[in-house]
Design a protein around this ligand. Sequence first.
Ligand SMILES: Nc1nc2c(ncn2[C@@H]2O[C@H](COP(=O)(O)OP(=O)(O)O)[C@@H](O)[C@H]2O)c(=O)[nH]1
Ligand SMILES: [Mg+2]
Length: 416
Amino acid sequence: MFSFFKKKKKEEPIIEEEVLEEKVIEETPKDEPEEDKQEQIQEETSNKIEEDEVKEEITKSEPIIEEVEATVENVKEEIQKEELPETLENPIEEKVEEKSEETLKEEQKEEEPKIVEEKTEVASKSFFSRALSKTFENIKSVVPQRQEKIAFEDIEELLIEADMEYEIIEKAMDGLPEEITRKQLRHRLVMLFEHAPDVDLSNLPKPFVRLIIGVNGAGKTTTIAKLANRCKKEGKSVVLGAGDTFRAAAIEQLSTWADKLDVPIVKTKQGHDASAVAYDTISSAVAKEFDNVIIDTAGRLQTQTNLSNELKKIVKVCGKAQEGAPHQKLMILDGTQGNTAIAQAKAFNEMVGVNGIIVTKLDGTAKGGALFSISNQLELPIFYVGTGETADDLAEFSPDNFVDSLLDEIYTPEEK
Ligand SMILES: Nc1nc2c(ncn2[C@@H]2O[C@H](COP(=O)(O)OP(=O)(O)O)[C@@H](O)[C@H]2O)c(=O)[nH]1
Ligand SMILES: [Mg+2]
């Protein structure tokens, strides 16, 4: 069916465009419950058509801000036509207006002498000993007294207690002597975090687009709020995209955070196309010269295939809105799940490829050792850790500080 249009495209590009428009309206009567298979075929067809349309709109429009905005309008109209003709207000428009004020504020802020101290908030040793107190209690049950050297078996046992996977323990400890010094163990443990971030943080594209993925309840929405909060503290502008359109509550939750943090948000109604939200968010960020875009996504749809298709589509559409976007696909993992989170992460990694991990809820768990396995098994860096429910409870992950704080619990201080 699609190839028919393609053929036609060469001869009569203008007519084809009209046909395509009709096609979209005809072929995607969303809201109606359908047979799974049929739904999927339709979804795929409309995906392709929509993508092509977006592509065409983009080729037509010159890189002038007004035109970019017009494109956003078109895409939005299309979606509203398709899915919800009686859509009331226009939340996206509204929020874009708010943004200009926001931008002004940001600009003013930038003009003021910059007192915003470099608030990098890298997780310190004391941070980890607080955040991982439950994990450390377990460890201390194996080695209650600090020592200079610790027996191989004890180290093995305490790492198991901390929920580090046995295979990783074996790998880390391979060839170590019967009595292990702090230095020896430190070297091996830090090595497990060898997967460095693949983004040059000194030269970020503008806007820098982060797509947040992970299962429901992992902490995606909360982490987005935390990241937005960091952006603001660093004096950078940020716009949020409420891309978890599957649940109304998810949109509301992110809106509430946006209000609280006073950052703009692009959203739509429940059930609408998440990729269109992503497209709108990025396009408006491009037009308004925002520094950051953070996009939420659904953690669960009717089926795993649907979820996979939706995420793939969002990723593609992000790239249409801005070349190279999303610049980071961040996987949010619930730290209380320990090693079971790894299986989830692998599934998401297969769907869309993940660039890095944020582990949440470290405050409530004794499974902090899973950080080793998570990073090592997934061959991905851990960027941040979440340690509470407020917007401030996020710290940049530092393998060195994490390992040192763990070793401080069991080894006597290193003689210099
Ligand atoms: N204690 C604690 N709770 C968290 C953390 N991150 C998220 N949560 C809580 O976990 C629950 C699910 O978070 P949410 O962001 O809605 O997850 P989502 O479904 O992935 O978007 C909420 O009650 C959050 O407050 C964290 O680092 N520590
Ligand atoms: Mg959520």
